[in-house]
Design a protein around this ligand. Sequence first.
Ligand code: NZQ
Ligand code: ZN
Length: 382
Amino acid sequence: MENFSMVNPVKIIFGKETIGQIANEIPQGSKVLMIYGGGSIKKNGVYDQAVKALEGYEWHEFSGIEPNPHYETCMKAVAMIKDKGINFLLAVGGGSVLDATKFIAAAACFEGGDPWQILSKGAKVAKALPFGDIITLPATGSEMNSGGVITRAETEDKLAFNSPLTFPRFSVLDPTATFSMPVRQIGNGVVDAFVHVMEQYLTYNQGDSLLQDYMAEAIVKTLVSEGPKALANPTDYDVRANLMWASTWALNGWIACGVPEDWATHMIGHEITAFYGLDHAQTLAVVLPGVMTVLQEQKAKKITRLGKEVFGIEGGNAIEKTIEAVEGFFEEMGVKTHLSDYGLGSEAIDKVVNRLSQRGWMLGESHNITSEVVREILTLRK
Ligand code: NZQ
Ligand code: ZN
């Protein structure tokens, strides 16, 4: 096991009828900005519950955060914060709303010029507004981590940032808020969480990190058993509760302790979304089976272990069968796994490979995935 240090300060409030508890968490006298997306929270009653809980506060609202949130939209919220003297943010929605809120919290306090530098140059976040959230889509783990991913529409850049100052103060996880998710987002959420675990588990043959491995397998087993049930019966509370908590654990820092991390699938996927607008999880479902195939020698021990522990695969051709099982699971969740399913071909591969070559990134846990290896990976996924 590698050395590590670990902190996660997020207060989780989990369960039915918990949204009202935000009033215990937001300091009295705060000037609150509620930030949300395209209106799903108005249809499923979450908005009304949040408004009720905010009685007694001075509060304002900022809507229109898009999926794969835009820097340009975030900066409009920053202007509003300055104008109204806001000092607490409340994100209500999916990972996009929450990521946008993290960036807005940092950008509103940024003193080094254009806050885009937080994304483009990794400029330090020296200060951020406090914020909490009501998460309505289990997928990203954003409710219990300090990262965010923001797109600059103008330049087609989708970049990530991270800061100890952008952990939520609290996150409300009410599984009933997820009942209204469209089928496509149920599949997306499960695939995204599955791939988060793979990025931290399916790596080279390092010394055993048994606790992290067992935890990773527990999360994935939960996703594999409960994901299809959520598609079949979207209002089963226990299924939704298990999926919600598993998604949070897939990216809250615990399974990353002391292990190498990959993240190549995500980095390649972000470029595909930036250019072609695919949902985040759609890109992952395309890329991961390719990464597993091309890097199978390096990842052999863990692929074999995944096959045995999660899919019950043993004996001959275990690696090949495990990759097929992963791809089959994504398809079962309704998320297509080939570029052609999204109308993309060689031209898209060239564009993504060129972009990654310009960025000069060496991806993967061994930093051996060059842009030409990315070409090999994507060519397999046509
Ligand atoms: O905008 P509204 O109207 O709210 O609709 C949203 C949106 O259209 C809808 N939705 C959310 N909750 C719903 C609902 N519809 C009905 N009922 C509900 N309960 O779903 C659509 C997608 O929402 P979005 O927030 O975009 O999805 P997700 O949570 O998957 O977030 C994706 C974003 O997170 C980033 C991705 O790159 C992408 O930009 N990620 C963030 C990470 C992090 N912070 O740690 C890690 C991830 O790897 C990921 O990169
Ligand atoms: Zn993801």
